[in-house]
Design a protein around this ligand. Structure first.
Ligand code: SF4
Length: 344
């Protein structure tokens, strides 16, 4: 990543006029230039000297797969220390280009239905490593998308590998990079951080002056069931989590999303739908039902009729509900499928 601070400081130190820093940032972040030699407004000697000092990305691309429909691109990035992470670009028909970013290498929370959880925690990503995933896909779109109205990333969701609130500082720094109008310029309202329920992170976010969205992976409406497949629920109990969410809504006046992955015969019954409705009723919230993408982990998709029935019960309690459109299943890029070496 070409950092704004680093490039500005370098120009100052070398006595290069500051407008050169602006030209460079514009070329990489707005025009999708992928190399200093592509910046024709820069004299050759400056192209060379900047190119020798500033790598464009903090990783290399190790592998890339595109879904059959072309709407999902999953890229395996190799970091400077050889560790691997994945990022996913989803191109929706309504002109949304959404990137699902990883915030950690692996994840230590071990949700039973999640392929990433089987990797364990390896390390936190830096803000640059996170923002670079978005810049990479922004460049990808500028290279591959012919329609100029659709050639930039406009939504980001922290729902790839890792628990973002266990890497809070770097995640918030990356949000600043994504949001900076001189850099990627993605509206804060189009950035969503999704947590499995790390209460201190929710409390900290409530204190931030930001308009980013909060999503909670709730997945079960009671403590007994939740802790069966989400070990984090033992550390952060459901009643305390709901209390923290209510406090967040009260402080920020922002709507939260509850993510609920629909697992066949586990959490998809009508009774559980009613229990969920009672748990969250009256909150400024919205529920996103996620059809489960089957992996080797032994869980099954609840199926359309069970999902529709669940949705109808929530709606009968006046709770707004959407059912997520799932892209990228054929390349294991869908929610819960990100893992470097998924077993067959
Ligand atoms: S669902 Fe999220 S928090 Fe749970 S193991 Fe997977 S990556 Fe970690």
């Amino acid at each position: 990543m070409i950092s704004k601070q680093a490039i500005t400081a370098y120009c100052k130190e070398k006595g290069i006029p500051s407008f050169r820093a602006k030209q460079i940032l514009h070329a990489f972040y707005k025009e999708g230039r992928r190399n200093f030699t592509e910046i024709s407004v820069l004299p050759r000697d400056l192209q060379k000297s900047f190119g020798g000092v500033f790598p464009i990305f903090s990783f290399e691309v190790a592998r890339e797969v595109v879904s059959q429909t072309g709407d999902t691109i999953k890229t395996l990035f190799k970091l400077h220390d050889g560790k691997l992470i994945e990022g996913v670009l989803m191109r929706f028909r309504d002109n949304r280009n959404s990137v699902c970013v990883s915030s950690q290498v692996g994840c230590g929370l071990k949700c039973a239905f999640c392929a990433t959880g089987t990797m364990g925690f390896i390390r936190n990503l830096t803000a640059e490593e996170i923002a670079d995933q978005v810049l990479y896909f922004d460049h990808w779109l500028k290279k591959n998308e012919k329609n100029k109205l659709r050639d930039r990333v406009n939504h980001v969701i922290f729902m790839g590998m890792g628990e973002p609130f266990l890497n809070y500082e770097e995640v918030m720094k990356s949000v600043k990079i994504l949001n900076d109008p001189d850099l990627l310029g993605i509206a804060a309202r189009h950035i969503t951080v999704s947590t499995s329920g790390v209460i201190p992170g929710i409390e900290k976010l409530a204190q931030e002056k930001t308009q980013i969205n909060l999503a909670i992976s709730i997945h079960a409406p009671n403590q007994t069931l939740r802790e069966k497949f989400m070990p984090i629920a033992k550390a952060y109990k459901l009643d305390a989590l709901i209390k923290a969410i209510k406090a967040y809504i009260q402080k920020t006046h922002r709507r939260v999303s509850y993510e609920y992955v629909m697992l066949k015969n586990i959490n998809d019954s009508e009774n559980l739908a009613r229990e969920l409705a009672k748990l969250i009723k009256g909150q400024q919230c919205h529920v996103n039902l996620i059809p489960y993408n089957e992996t080797y982990l032994g869980f099954s998709n609840a199926g359309k009729s069970r999902i529709d029935g669940f949705r109808e019960i929530l709606e009968s309690f006046d709770i707004p509900v959407t059912v997520r459109v799932s892209l990228g299943q054929d390349i294991s890029a869908a929610c819960g499928q990100l893992a470097i070496n998924p077993k067959p």
